[in-house]
Structure formats: structure tokens, C-alpha cells
Ligand binder design. Structure first.
Ligand code: ES4
Ligand code: ZN
Length: 326
């Protein structure tokens, strides 16, 4: 048995991937050149050398600067194609892809440009890459609930093009409960609900994501291990967590991978999935996260199979489609 091979070949779903975080430096410079934009970095190597983060905000600063080169439908199509090509090599059979509408509309790129561009790639992802895909629109929590509501209004005419809404960006100081109204409207519109919580923020934010927003999955959720009652709740209700181990280390939410709480989550009966978050920035795509936890946390083949099965069960695919992948 080849451990790397197992991590790569297991059929899996990726449920926590920000498409803007799949922007590799090479494509960033190509888009910059095409669009006549000057990136504040000398070249690809100079940009890569800056991928040394001290916390979530230090990453977000680079993430929002980098995506400024994305202007045309073609840019978004090539971005999604680039992710799908890498995801296929990593055994991904289904991907639920986050995008940040406000990060584009705030700098003058139309929502329809973003959606048309992504869809031009995703519409044929099954035929070209063997990957089914869904889109999840995330609200930027540090831009506040009013802007989230306005963004939801702008998304509504396109509601058939997205499967759910999420909540991301800077977490500390931005509790989920402020977004109760917009999440309630999203639920009424028949959308699935997710939220980043307990990445940098406290267990209280995870409680709010569950009890106030009513999310179907929690993104990250690792700080739930600090609250035994919360952890039991997550295990009892089998609320899936989309865990991103390499991200947690790169953003220093966890000091080293061998200190990660994933074994504790598994021991408590939590449905944990493994994901890449922002693969271009965090040193690996999804299977690299599987191999990393195998190497550093001692998870065996059975555990890796369980993570992959969890990812398919936790997806927003219909029951038939899920069963085909299991
Ligand atoms: C993100 Cl790692 C992470 N956390 C919160 N928001 C994000 N947006 C993109 N990556
Ligand atoms: Zn994320």
C-alpha cells in the first residue's frame, strides 16, 4: 500500500475551497498582464515568498490584493479550470466551491461577470474532469450585515445558480448572530447554509452558527474542542465540520500539525471532512491535506476512507448522487 497513492486516489468531495484562494501566482501574473494591472510584486517567486502568514488577517490582506487581477469572465473561467485540473489529480469527484461576491463587486466587477465566468468552467466540469460542482456564495463578515443583505438581494435573481450561502473573512470581533436575518432569508429561498466559525473565533461563535444561523455544516469549527458541551452537540447532531489542517497551521490557528485537534474530533464521534481552504496559498490541495494528517497524526487507511466517505455524505448532493460516489 502506497500512502500517498491512497490519499490521492480515494474518491472524495471537497466542501471548503475558496475559488479565489486557488489563484496560483502564475495565473495571477497572466491575468495582471492581460488586464494591464500592475501587481505589487516583482514576479511569481517574489509573490510566493510572501506566503508566510502570522494569522488570518495577514493572509486575507494578500488574498484580497491578489484577486484584484480577476476582471473578466475569462479570468474566472481560467481560475475555475485551474482548480478543477488540480482537484482531479487529487481524487476529487465533487466540489462545493465558495466565492466572495463582495470581494469583486466592491472593486467594480459585476456579479454576472463572476458567475458567468465561473459557470463557463463548472458547466462542463463533469465531462472534462469527472467532477460535479456546486457554488456557495459567501458574505464577508467584516463588511457587516447590511452589506450582506444587499449582496443577498443582488444574488436572488441568480439563486438557481448557487446551492447555498456562507460566511467568511475576518472572524474575531464579527460574531455570526449579526447575520441572522440574511441567513433566514437564504433559508426561505431554499438555499443550504454554512458559516466559518471557530477558526480563530471562540466556541461561542460556533454555538451561534448552529443555534442562530441554523447552518447545515460548520466551516473549520476546530475551536469547538474547547467546549465539551458544544463538541457533544456537534457529534450528537452529526453536524459536519469542514476541517482544513494545512490552512490551520499556515494561519497559526494551530502551532504544528501534530498538535491539531483532528484526532480529538474523530474520537468524540464528530463527522470531520478534510479540505484545502485556499490551496494556492497554503501549500497543498485536498489530497495533500489527507497525506499530511496521515503522516503527522498517524491516521491509517481506514481513517482516511472515513474522511472521504464523510465528505460525500456531508455534501449538498441529492441522496442518489451521494450513493453513486460512496
Ligand atoms: C478564508 Cl482561511 C479563511 N478564513 C476565513 N475567510 C476566508 N476567506 C478565504 N479564506
Ligand atoms: Zn475558508
Amino acid at each position: 500500500p502506497d500512502p500517498a497513492g491512497m490519499a490521492l486516489s480515494l474518491p472524495k468531495a471537497e466542501l471548503h475551497i475558496h475559488i479565489e484562494g486557488a489563484l496560483e501566482p502564475e495565473l495571477a501574473f497572466e491575468c495582471a498582464r492581460r488586464n494591464g494591472i500592475l501587481l505589487p510584486y516583482a514576479d511569481v517567486d517574489d509573490l510566493r515568498r510572501r506566503y508566510d502568514f502570522s494569522n488570518l488577517q495577514s493572509f486575507l490582506d494578500l488574498y484580497y490584493t491578489g484577486m484584484n487581477v480577476l476582471r473578466t469572465t475569462r479570468d474566472f473561467t481560467e481560475l475555475a479550470d485551474s482548480y478543477l485540473a488540480r482537484a482531479r489529480e487529487q481524487g476529487v469527484r465533487h466540489a462545493e466551491i465558495f466565492f466572495d461576491p463582495q470581494a469583486h463587486t466592491l472593486r467594480g466587477v459585476e456579479l454576472s461577470t463572476v458567475l458567468d465566468g465561473l459557470e463557463a468552467s463548472l458547466a462542463t466540469s463533469r465531462e472534462r474532469f469527472g467532477i460535479s460542482t456546486r457554488l456557495i456564495a459567501c458574505f464577508l463578515r467584516d463588511r457587516g450585515p447590511e452589506e450582506a443583505m444587499a449582496t443577498f438581494d443582488a444574488l436572488l435573481p441568480h439563486a438557481d445558480r448557487i446551492t447555498g450561502v456562507g460566511l467568511d473573512s475576518a472572524e474575531s470581533g464579527y460574531p455570526p448572530d449579526a447575520f441572522a436575518a440574511v441567513f433566514s432569508r437564504a433559508r426561505e429561498a431554499g438555499l443550504s447554509l454554512v458559516a466559518h466559525a471557530g477558526e480563530e473565533g471562540p466556541p461561542e461563535y460556533v454555538w451561534q452558527a448552529l443555534d442562530v444561523l441554523g447552518v447545515d455544516r460548520v466551516d473549520h469549527g476546530i475551536r469547538a474542542v474547547e467546549d465539551a458541551t458544544l463538541l457533544r452537540r456537534i457529534a450528537r447532531d452529526q453536524v459536519p465540520l469542514t476541517v482544513c489542517p494545512l490552512s490551520n497551521v499556515r494561519l497559526r490557528c494551530v502551532s504544528t500539525l501534530d498538535q491539531h485537534c483532528l484526532p480529538h474530533l474523530v474520537d468524540t464521534g464528530v463527522s470531520a471532512t478534510l479540505n484545502s481552504d485556499d490551496p494556492a496559498y497554503f501549500g497543498g490541495y485536498v489530497a495533500d491535506n489527507y497525506s499530511a494528517v496521515q503522516r503527522e497524526l498517524g491516521f491509517g487507511d481506514t481513517a482516511l476512507r472515513e474522511f472521504a466517505a464523510n465528505s460525500i455524505r456531508a455534501s449538498f448532493l441529492g441522496q442518489d448522487e451521494r450513493e453513486q460516489l460512496l
